[in-house]
Design a protein around this ligand. Structure first.
Ligand SMILES: Cc1ncc(COP(=O)(O)O)c(C=O)c1O
Length: 227
């Protein structure tokens, strides 16, 4: 870390946990290193959600969310949230937002505010299922990653820093992309999209990002040509 962040850098911007490998970085340690180097620590807390991990309490300067994920939770709107001190939000970010206009519509902001009322319930329900799924898959011999698993290489840090293991389970199928596409095509309840942590329990896609109009063509399957 010290070698990576000489003083000319203004910010360190990790995703914690990372997508999709679920690597966890010690926020307190990285905040200290960043501050020593005169940089700010900006944490993408999307995978943990505000329910499981509180980077501002651990020394981060800024926390950001894709509210499209857990916070909306129902695939209704895109949105983003930036949390920081009043000085950063009002003095630094405020003029940028005012001049460039990336603001939510009042209706979308209302949707996201309503969603916060059920966020904790939804995240905990998703964590219950993720714990269960990860345990069942690793018992079945599938190469599986989830912070709740005893063999997770950063289990200690995960327990210290996060309330629970999170809502995403990552696994590798031995048959590579072919088997991954067969698996995706066989799903009947889970929907396929490039979102996560919403009600349809979406699996991320190996390879290029999906576009729904391809998927809606009759007979189209994952792994088939796009023409
Ligand atoms: C960890 C993480 N952060 C940020 C994003 C960006 O989300 P959005 O496209 O809604 O801004 C994603 C998208 O998958 C993500 O997985």
């Amino acid at each position: 870390m010290e070698a990576c962040y000489p003083p000319q850098y203004q910010a360190v911007f990790p995703r914690i946990p990372s997508n999709p490998t679920l690597e966890i970085i010690d926020i307190q340690k990285v905040a200290d290193l960043a501050h020593e180097a005169g940089a700010r620590l900006v944490v993408d807390n999307v995978f943990a959600s505000p329910i499981l991990q509180k980077p501002l309490d651990l020394g981060a300067d800024v926390v950001c969310y894709s509210a499209t994920k857990h916070i909306d939770g129902q695939g209704r709107t895109l949105g983003g949230i930036i949390l920081s001190s009043a000085a950063i939000i009002v003095d630094e970010l405020g003029p940028f937002l005012r001049h460039t206009g990336p603001s939510l519509s009042p209706f979308n902001a209302w949707l996201l505010l309503k969603s916060l009322e059920t966020l904790e319930l939804r995240v905990n329900a998703m964590c219950d299922r993720a714990d269960h799924l990860a345990a069942a898959m690793s018992q079945a011999g599938i190469d599986c990653l989830h912070p709740s698993l005893p063999g997770f290489k950063q289990a200690d840090l995960a327990q210290r820093q996060m309330k629970r293991g999170g809502t995403v389970v990552t696994f590798t199928l031995p048959g590579g992309a072919q088997q991954a596409f067969r698996f995706l095509n066989a799903l009947s309840i889970i929907d396929i999209s490039n979102n996560l942590a919403i009600a349809a329990a979406l699996p991320p896609i190996p390879g290029p990002r999906p576009i729904r109009r391809w998927m809606n063509r009759p007979g189209w399957k994952w792994g088939s040509p796009r023409a």
